[in-house]
Design a protein around this ligand. Sequence first.
Ligand SMILES: C[S@@+](CC[C@H](N)C(=O)[O-])C[C@H]1O[C@@H](n2cnc3c(N)ncnc32)[C@H](O)[C@@H]1O
Length: 340
Amino acid sequence: MKREFQIPERLETIIEKNLNELDLSLSDAKKIASAVQWQSDFYIENPNQTTPWKDRRAQIAQWAYYLPLNFLRNMSVIAQLKQTVPLDAFPGAFDYGAGLGASSWALRESGFQGSLFLYDRQPIAAPVLAPLQAENPLRWEPRSHQHHLGIFSYSLTEMQMRNDLLNQVPYVIIIEPSTQKEGRRLSETRDVLISKDYEIIAPCTHQKDCPLLRHSQRDWCHDRIFFKKPKWMAQIEKDLPFRNDSLTFSYLIAFKKALMKPEWQAPEGPLMGRLTGDILPEKGKSKQLVCFDEQRVFLTWMHKTKIDQTLPRGGLVEVPQDYDLVANEIRLKKEIKYLP
Ligand SMILES: C[S@@+](CC[C@H](N)C(=O)[O-])C[C@H]1O[C@@H](n2cnc3c(N)ncnc32)[C@H](O)[C@@H]1O
């Protein structure tokens, strides 16, 4: 799977149009940066509170910064989903806690042509719905979405009773902030889903305990992707004390087992592992956290073996059949097979 994404012109045009409604343009970097700073402080101080949409600064920050970045994160998770299930397997999809529709944009951009429903605590305006050819039903009716894909992008963190809500959604994608607290909380949600007969499709390649939750008090599962940063975004970040040169997030794709089609089952094959860490160079060796069952283990290659690999976090590798475990390290004898 490709791990670099970009913001399409179509979305940039919509962002510009909506900023114009707020008497701004994407070139007003300083004013946008000040709104983003304010919104970021709000999220840091109130990590589980709902987005304050009535505030103009929130609207600016969401249009110019959070929508495009969350769109990119959604693109990568949808690409991951497409490795298992074609998008046209779902007659419709709903974007729960949609905000400005980051997930819906990513679905459309990924080729999804089914019906699209956006739900949020606040009514969703026509300029958001029209370009997506989407609807904003007044009430959440799980029965009308029985065969639909449900996406919760950066929204579950703002919701109470998340487990009860998720259990009504047979095909679910969750994307959450990559903080330690939210990442570990999402691994707990994974346990709940497994106990309710869901199959975890990604990032996990197994249904056993999460090794990071089980064997560490600190670690949490999160992914990283790269993107082509537009000039206007680089300008905005010049006035911010932080920059997003790569994007991190935690995610889960889970399906109710009883509603999975046989053709979606992974074919029998080699043992697959997910790279859940960045490369850690050490004296004489490099190591990288890998996940394929409940063990918390590293792939390790000694520099003297001349293995020369740079594998991106978040990707899949074929775990060698006859691996030797030395303490918590799988010592590689040759380059590992990476699945792009
Ligand atoms: C951080 S925004 C994320 C927006 C968008 N999904 C994205 O990825 O950029 C979270 C959204 O969840 C909505 N939300 C919070 N609690 C909700 C609830 N109980 N029901 C529906 N929407 C909710 C908020 O109004 C807000 O639009």
